[in-house]
Design a protein around this ligand. Sequence first.
Ligand code: FE2
Ligand code: FE2
Length: 168
Amino acid sequence: MISNELREAINEQIKYELYSAYMYLAMSADCADRNLLGFAHWMNMQAREEVEHAMRFYNFLLERGGRVELHEIEKPPAEYGSPLEIMQKSLEHERFVTARINALYDQALQENDRAAQVMLQWFITEQVEEEASIDEIVQRMKMFGADGAALFMLDRDLGARGPEEDEE
Ligand SMILES: [Fe+2]
Ligand SMILES: [Fe+2]
């Protein structure tokens, strides 16, 4: 059985993952609205991944005999600024989520909950990838600045994003 404290923290994390999905979906709509269809597609894929993250935590709780309690999800902003600002806000958000995952891991260590540690290790790796891939986009955008042709090319590249292949 999972401890009450860890169960509560994982329920809280389900909320953050679903909020992430909600936020990326709002970003997707914002990008679609200004005709950045590649960005919109990328954000849409990101939203789907976040739902999968929430389900990983959800299934883990059920497997461990912990009660799932869904929390209220905040309304995300509707507008995110320039394309660069959108990506910067994504990165900022992922860093926040990484800190939450790290805190969960610390708690699992403290409680000697090895099953939770193994489950969370997947998320630690995932967060490294998420931050790196978004940071790469941010760096590319900073490099090309106001170059519209480069933004067009990036939009095309982001539009080619397929589903994640590393899911077990
Ligand atoms: Fe996530
Ligand atoms: Fe994420």
